[in-house]
Design a protein around this ligand. Structure first.
Ligand code: HAM
Length: 418
């Protein structure tokens, strides 16, 4: 029994239920406004779907999938992502016969055998959206606009939208050839992984995180300087329309993404709180994926938000509190006041007020800083003087007004104001 618990602890992220519900409710609302419909695809898929869709040579397929042989010897995989599954469903159910764009979104668990760390789990959740049909760059912009609206709605204020184009198979092949040539002369000075990738998959080398390689990578030719005229036009239209709509972005020539199905627009969103290496969102265009999976030619674009990382980012910004506003933050000064402070906290909570207290001693300035950060409506200050007089300081954090009240009168006073 113990062994089982340990296994499940290792693979299952600890999820904040409150954050999860709020974030998911917002996703349903925002995506509905853009006229997307929800889809649910299976968690188990044939392994070949990911080998063909995501790419047999990618890290995801080579190292990270949970794959097993079923009783009838069929190879099955716990989905590492859902875009390939959505396109499979699109083909299988002939959604292309319905005419117009198919706009679909999903929320659910994905599985990758990665080394667990903060924000990186073996079972994680994604909220994703995909548009199948249109090739118009304005659709790319609308997808990004919806994504940004959603992030802002859940309280993410600080984020960077990184954008690039990986071209089409034709112009990308020419760029990769050029990259290979340039690397021949300099790869010996790079890390072992880069030396290998210079031969096997030079695009992946642009992702290298090794410090010493960075100046070398910065000087390599950039894919956006080698796009063919159609891909270039598409990219320029996307960026000019983003500007027109007031959406901020950063062109990031090294952003090539770790999945093989991408064409043209690729993007990621990072959020200060999680660090640059942990993208909260990844996405892009995949105009050839339907054909790769045996379907009719169908352009596509979409994104997946890492829900666990999103919630970490929202919590880091201490903004989830907005769903449950804090009425009171209790500040106590000096060990002798702690029992009275704890008693008051218990009484106020019993009256249904939302109350926070820190049990570690701290200076008043720091404590008031926390009250501010938590956006508490009131702060109650209990120092040794207050303890002796039996009257506590109650500060209205909005107006700055301060009152001295007996503990028994505090709840009534607040309820009149909240
Ligand atoms: P991805 O970049 O592999 O893209 O994953 C998208 C997001 O999922 C990441 O930015 C991250 O937030 C989250 N994520 C990935 N792996 C983990 C993990 N081990 N633990 C926690 N979170 C993780 C895709 O999956 C594509 N399907 C995106 C897409 C949709 N492209 C077009 N449409």
């Amino acid at each position: 029994m113990l062994a089982r618990t340990q296994v499940s602890n290792r693979i299952e992220p600890i999820r904040s239920v409150k954050g999860t519900q709020r974030v998911e409710a917002e996703a349903h609302r925002v995506f509905a406004a853009y006229h997307y419909g929800e889809v649910r695809t299976p968690i188990l898929e044939e392994t070949a779907l990911f080998a063909r869709g995501v790419g047999a040579e990618t890290d995801i397929v080579m190292k990270e999938m949970y794959t097993f042989r079923d009783r009838d010897e069929e190879s099955l995989t716990l989905r590492p992502e859902a875009t390939a599954s959505v396109v499979r469903a699109y083909i299988e159910h002939s959604l292309y016969n319905q005419g117009g764009a198919q706009k679909l979104y999903y929320i659910g668990p994905m599985f990758r055998r990665e080394r667990p760390q903060k924000g990186r789990y073996r079972q994680f959740y994604q909220i994703g959206a995909e548009v199948l049909g249109p090739q118009n760059p304005l659709v790319d912009v609308e997808v990004l606009e919806m994504l940004v609206l959603f992030l802002e709605r859940v309280g993410i204020r600080e984020y960077q939208l990184l954008i690039n184009s990986v071209g089409c198979p034709t112009c990308r092949a020419a760029y990769v050839k050029l990259l290979r040539q340039v690397l021949q002369d300099i790869k010996a000075t790079m890390c072992a992984d880069c030396q290998r990738r210079a031969d096997t998959n030079p695009l992946r080398l642009l992702d290298c995180k090794v410090e010493a390689d960075q100046p070398i990578i910065e000087k390599l030719p950039k894919i956006i300087d080698h796009l063919d005229p159609e891909c270039r036009q598409h990219f320029d239209r996307v960026t000019s329309e983003l500007q027109a709509r007031g959406l901020l972005y950063q062109i990031t020539p090294r952003l090539v993404r770790g999945l093989d199905y991408y064409t043209r627009t690729t993007f990621e969103i990072t959020s200060g709180a999680l660090g640059a290496q942990n993208a909260v969102v990844g996405g892009g265009r995949y105009d050839g994926l339907s054909e790769m999976l045996g379907g009719p030619p169908t352009p596509g674009i979409g994104f997946s938000i890492g829900q666990d990382r999103l919630i970490l980012a929202v919590q880091a910004a201490a903004l989830l509190q907005a769903g449950n506003p804090l009425a009171v933050y209790v500040v106590w000064m000096g060990e002798p006041t702690l029992p009275a402070a704890s008693r008051l906290v218990r009484e106020l909570r019993a009256q249904g007020l939302s109350v926070e207290i820190d049990y570690d001693p701290m200076k008043i300035k720091k404590a008031m800083g926390i009250a501010n950060k938590l956006q508490a409506r009131f702060a109650i200050i209990i120092g040794e003087g207050e303890l002796a007089s039996g009257k506590y300081q109650v500060k209205d954090m909005a107006s700055g007004e301060q009152k001295e009240l007996e503990p028994g009168a505090i709840a009534e006073y607040m309820k009149g104001k909240l």
